[in-house]
Design a protein around this ligand. Structure first.
Ligand SMILES: [Zn+2]
Length: 317
């Protein structure tokens, strides 16, 4: 049970980062929250401290943000954000940042999101999924799997996401650092072996173009999040990164008629090239996906706190 009057204060300007919501047609998935938990987080932070996105952006650019000032951010163009969280914001009169990847508006099914939905809905619980997945990977990698597992140190992998279990970390490590392109056929095989309906899932997962336009028309701020959502943007060559962000920016302009000025880094991955090319594209403000220390924080590296951490802080109050 959440404490109703818990309070959270930040030491420096920090965005609130939200991904998955459940309610209505949207099933509970790993890490999802409902409208009432969303409301509880907003009140713990203090509605008076939550600036609408355009105000936050202007104050950040003018370097006038107070440490306790925060804003609401949504990543990944998810329909559940629009249908579950936006009505709460409407009641409170708050406008948010919506960081959208745009390949999904061309009808491309973004596999990582589809796979997350698959692993959250087609198994008894997420550990059942991990069990099946780890067995599959071990079959393919053989002794390499055993060696990697012996060497894996969960304490040093994704240390800024303390809510991840050992299996969450091992899964992400295998997916993002070991399997590369081999990850996709493994999950496709698992989907083929199940009764999961890809088309139906895609319709429930993502915003439609007219909803993005509607958000922009209502004063919400639409920002970049790359075109296809690579998980390791910071490792891609300059030209590929530029292509990702330029396509994303062009698409947002086509959808909304407005030029994007803000970014959130997918999977918190970027390097000096990324920051340089984003500035070239006219991006003035950006968000990381954590509150980790950055030696010299530039305007494209504002902190964000994940909603799972926020809930944990409330429960500890
Ligand atoms: Zn993302």
């Amino acid at each position: 049970m959440l404490t109703r009057n818990a309070q959270i204060r930040f030491a420096e300007p920090t965005g609130l980062m939200f991904h998955h919501f459940h309610g209505g047609i949207h099933p509970m998935v790993q890490g999802s929250i409902d409208a009432s938990q969303f409301r509880t987080i907003l009140s713990a932070v203090g509605v008076q401290n939550i600036l609408s996105a355009d105000t936050w952006m202007q104050k950040a650019i003018d370097d006038e943000l107070h440490p306790n000032e925060t804003c609401v951010t949504f990543d990944d163009a998810l329909l559940c954000q629009y249908e579950v969280a936006k009505p709460v914001l409407d009641e409170l009169g708050i406008k948010a940042f919506w960081f959208i990847y745009t390949s999904v508006f061309e009808g491309t099914v973004e596999k990582l999101e589809l796979f997350r939905y698959f692993r959250s809905t087609a198994f008894g619980d997420v550990d059942d999924f991990y069990h099946a997945f780890f067995r599959m990977v071990e079959e393919r990698l053989g002794t390499l799997y055993v060696k990697l597992r012996e060497e894996f140190d969960p304490a040093t992998y994704l240390p800024n996401s303390p809510f991840y279990t050992w299996s969450d970390r091992w899964f992400r490590f295998l997916r993002d650092h070991v399997l590369g392109q081999e990850y996709f056929p493994i999950i496709e095989d698992m989907i083929d072996a199940s009764k999961f309906d890809r088309e139906k899932a895609a319709q429930i997962l993502w915003l439609r173009g007219e909803q993005v336009r509607d958000l922009a028309d209502q004063g919400h701020v639409i920002g970049l999040h790359s075109h296809t959502h690579p998980t390791t943007m910071g490792k891609l060559p300059y030209d590929e990164q530029l292509k990702e962000y330029r396509s994303n920016a062009d698409y947002i302009f086509r959808l909304t008629g407005k030029t994007a000025r803000v970014v959130s880094h997918p999977c918190n991955s970027y390097n000096a090239d990324t920051l340089e090319l984003l500035a070239r594209l006219g991006i003035e403000l950006g968000f990381r996906a954590d509150v980790g220390q950055v030696r010299t924080r530039g305007p494209l590296e504002y902190r964000r706190e994940d909603h799972a951490n926020l809930l944990r802080l409330i429960q500890e109050c």
